[in-house]
Design a protein around this ligand. Structure first.
Ligand SMILES: Nc1ncnc2c1ncn2[C@@H]1O[C@H](COP(=O)(O)OP(=O)(O)O)[C@@H](O)[C@H]1O
Ligand SMILES: [Mg+2]
Length: 379
């Protein structure tokens, strides 16, 4: 954008605006260049003409956290210019940028003669930014506290459930021994798998709250994995009267942590089942390949994802219309897919249905090892 039409310049009457344009020095910065450092004395106000600037605070020795951004038509550095205090964060170019800078003494002189209207405009801009930043900060803090609470709760529950779970496991193993017929054996295996699954689910929430997990990757046939998933849920689909089908490419292999991926399906399919408002619910899982990616689509003919939460669906604690919703299902699903280097997206139409697309990077057979454990961050 051109300097004369910048928001900051437009606060002033024509002669002062012209004066500011004459005084301003336009400068270009390359990606990652530092405009000013935290703690530096303030000497300029900056108007963003092109690109984006990020403000970062040092979180630990080598780690910086972005606390705010400024885009074209925004300005920054006004706090230091007004009160003379050192810069409170580092300003860094995110990509190529163009700025106009006005020196502190010049600006102070023009401002001290400026009309009330100018000061009012300036103040409302500053207050707006303070609000946005404070809101972000409070949201982050609340999220962190909730996460810690969830972690503590699940830990307690898990602790109490371990011994009854072991009891059920042992009983089903004994039943299997006492009645070695095929049908009993199958039911007992199912009981045992479901217990494993419950433990797995609780551990998954715990890992998500902790922020890191270990992926155990190995080559997996998508069709076989989905068959296993169907088996685990057969009784659930029958009792909820949901028609479930899979159309998977038989020789499609992915390199993933199967247990974690099954939990992604569980979360997404579980949501679809819970969303059906009338009989006739159908869920179809299909697989397809595009260069570099394997896509698994999970489609339902339900009511669609409520408009109000679509934008933030994958954020933790976003839930809608459920009495016992935690808002963690899709957040966990996304964190697992991200950890695999994949992507998750969805399309949803009210009264028609929702489709989630899971895209996993294609792995060449020679890159697939028997099994690798890899520690990954979850958010
Ligand atoms: N397939 C779907 N159809 C309709 N709504 C859905 C679907 N999947 C998710 N949702 C909506 O998204 C919300 C968030 O889901 P999720 O993150 O799993 O949390 P929770 O299920 O605990 O509410 C749900 O409460 C529901 O309103
Ligand atoms: Mg859910």
């Amino acid at each position: 954008m051109d300097l004369a039409s910048h928001r900051f310049i437009s606060y002033f009457d024509a002669p002062e605006a012209q004066q500011l344009c004459d005084l301003a020095v336009v400068e270009q910065f390359t990606d990652q260049s530092i405009i000013f450092e935290e703690g530096e004395d303030p000497s300029f106000l900056y108007l963003v003409l092109e690109g984006q600037v990020e403000f970062k605070k040092q979180a630990s020795l080598n780690q910086y956290q972005t606390v705010a951004v400024a885009k074209a038509n925004d300005f920054f550095g006004e706090f230091g210019v007004l009160d003379g205090q050192p810069r409170s964060a580092r300003a860094m170019a995110a990509g190529k940028i163009k700025l106009a800078k006005i020196s502190r003494p010049h600006l102070m002189e023009i401002l001290s003669n400026a009309k009330g209207k100018v000061i009012l405009n300036l103040f409302s801009y500053i207050i707006h930014h303070l609000r946005v930043t404070t809101n972000q900060y409070v949201n982050q803090l609340v999220r962190k506290e909730k996460m810690e609470l969830v972690g503590e709760m699940v830990n307690t529950i898990l602790h109490d459930f371990r011994s009854p779970f072991t009891g059920i496991q042992l009983s089903s193993a004994m039943l299997k021994e006492m009645h070695p017929d095929e049908e009993t054996e199958e039911w007992c295996d199912l009981i045992s798998m479901q217990i494993q699954r419950m433990l797995g689910m609780a551990e998954e929430v715990l890992e998500f709250a902790k922020g890191s997990t270990v992926l155990y990757r190995r080559p997996v046939y998508v069709a076989k994995m989905l068959e296993h998933f169907e088996k685990l849920n057969r009784v659930y689909f029958q009792s909820t009267q949901v028609e479930f089908s899979v159309k998977a490419d038989d020789d499609c292999i992915i390199y993933v942590d199967e247990n974690k991926l099954i939990r992604v399906f569980q979360n997404l399919v579980g949501n679809a089942v819970e969303a059906f408002e009338k009989p006739g619910g159908k869920i179809v899982i299909t697989t397809s390949k595009t260069p570099g990616w394997v896509t698994i689509a999970i489609a339902d003919n339900g009511p669609g994802i409520p408009e109000a939460i679509r934008e933030h669906l994958f954020d933790a604690f976003v839930t809608y219309g459920k009495r016992s919703g935690t808002g963690l299902g899709t957040a966990i699903a996304k964190s697992i897919i991200d950890a695999h280097g994949g992507k998750i997206e969805f399309k949803s139409i009210a009264h028609e249905g929702t489709t989630f697309y899971i895209l996993l990077p294609e792995t060449q057979p020679q890159e697939m090892l028997e099994e690798v454990a890899e520690e990954v961050k979850l958010h």
